[in-house]
Design a protein around this ligand. Structure first.
Ligand code: HMG
Length: 408
């Protein structure tokens, strides 16, 4: 049981990413920058991209497929009564991306499906709603998905902070991975640090303002957390942050350390590195980013049962939430580490020409014609051993997806 008797939390967690990546050293060369500016100054080594036949729906399905592995008799599937899909790069203005996921995963029709948006923050709000649902109906489960493609305009300061990824969290009263403490520190304040008007494919961002808004939001959210008598952050074994780029997480920890005894600095910096192992290879995944950092911490940190981890979730515009979770006995059995990491290993590198063509495709108006981009057509035909879910085109403007057998 948690600190005030609550018993809902994370039963399983898994994540996925796009099947392509672009190396930041190549981008630096293209933009006439020193590679170190990106790899050290920003802390990013590679960025993931989706194939033309991939998007937030297929990445979400891949993550959920791992999450549901072993559920051969449908015991878990049939208990899912709530599916929340958090995203800011959805594929339709009306239909929730979760509807395709619901069909492709074979979830029961007696399930509530909805999409949520508040920039990168919405997965955390979804986790809160899912937790409340499960506390009300302890026999039921909720599936929370955060999935995004972060694509900025070419030749902007934000270009080295693109990325793609999805996270899936199964929330239930069998909190095998972590219990979620009910106390949260909250901060909302309208700001114009980052936004994407309806007609835009890429966001407008005031990068410097956004980092200030992020840090201010964290300060205010932690003050609120303290004022509600949350567990003392002195006792936390580690912290994970929304990670638009790794240096941002370093800046966040630096600010947080000012409130902590000096001897905490070394171990917390070590834990932070563990949280960035995936982020520095896949880039910003907006709504999925914090929770992939959390998965990375669980997979790489030397953590033990009962350890408490602090998480800071930020979404431009802006909302911040500071929350904490406590790890449960045997948590490491429920992380799906192998399959998620295999996805990083299987990605194919983009050449500079392919990167530019793919970017043009992803940001063009209307539905671009793939046959005009032979390099992308070819990319789409490449085999990826464990891939299952495909976006296969449109019919009457409606998007079509299918599952195919994986090769391994
Ligand atoms: P910039 O202005 O080109 O970079 O873009 P810079 O000149 O500030 O340099 C970056 C760092 O590299 C600096 O370090 C430099 O000193 C260093 P810092 O002072 O920050 O510690 N540097 C070097 N280091 C080593 N060798 C070198 C070298 N040269 C410079 N040769 C910026 C940076 C982050 C502004 C840009 O990438 C950007 O606009 N990114 C997008 C916005 C963003 O990610 N903001 C983060 C907070 S908002 C957020 O997290 C929400 C978000 O995820 C969206 C959502 O909620 O949906 C974005």
């Amino acid at each position: 049981m948690g600190i005030s008797g609550q018993s809902a939390g994370i039963e399983r967690i898994s994540w996925s990413t796009g099947h392509l990546f672009f190396d930041l050293e190549d981008l630096a060369q293209m933009r006439g920058q020193e590679a170190e500016k990106y790899t050290q100054g920003i802390g990013q080594k590679q960025m993931s991209f989706c194939l033309p036949s991939e998007d937030v729906v297929t990445m979400a399905c891949e993550a959920c497929y791992d999450l549901l592995a072993g559920d051969d008799h449908g015991e878990i599937r049939n208990s899912i009564r709530l599916l929340i899909f958090a995203t800011e790069s959805s594929v339709d203005q009306s239909k929730a991306a979760g509807m395709w996921v619901h069909r492709l995963l074979g979830l029961p029709s007696s399930c509530r499906v909805v999409e949520m948006k508040q920039a990168c923050y919405s997965t955390t709000a979804a986790v809160r709603l899912a937790t409340s649902h499960v506390e009300m109906f302890p026999e039921e489960r909720a599936l929370v998905i955060g999935s995004d493609e972060a694509i900025y305009s070419l030749e902007t300061a934000a270009e080295p902070t693109q990325g793609a990824g999805a996270v899936a969290l199964l929330i239930s009263s069998k909190a095998n991975v972590a219990l979620i403490d009910p106390i949260a520190g909250l901060h909302s304040e309208e700001s114009n640090d980052f936004w994407r008007p309806n007609r835009h494919k890429t966001p407008i961002v005031d990068g410097k303002l956004s980092t200030r808004c992020y840090l201010n939001s964290m300060k205010q959210a932690i003050a609120d957390y303290h004022s509600r008598s949350g567990p003392s952050i002195n006792s936390f074994a580690g912290f994970c942050f929304h990670t638009p780029f790794p240096k941002m997480a370093h800046k966040a920890l630096h600010q947080l350390l000012k409130q902590l005894p000096e001897e905490k600095e070394k171990p917390l910096k070590e834990q932070l590195k563990n949280s960035l192992t995936y982020c520095e290879k896949i880039g910003n995944c907006y709504s999925a980013s914090l929770w992939i950092a959390f998965a990375s911490t669980l997979n790489h940190g030397e953590l033990i049962d009962g350890d408490r981890i602090g998480l800071f979730s930020y979404g431009s515009g802006s909302v911040g939430e500071f929350l904490s979770v406590s790890l449960q006995p045997g948590f490491s059995q429920y992380l799906h580490r192998g399959s998620s990491e295999k996805r990083i290993m299987q990605r194919k590198p983009l050449s500079k020409e392919e990167y530019t063509a793919l970017h043009r495709f992803k940001t063009s108006d209307g539905e671009p014609d793939l046959s005009q981009e032979p390099v992308l057509e070819e990319m789409n035909q490449q085999p990826f051993p464990s891939r299952r879910f495909y976006f296969i085109g449109h019919e009457g403007g409606a998007r079509l997806y299918e599952e195919r057998d994986a090769r391994v």
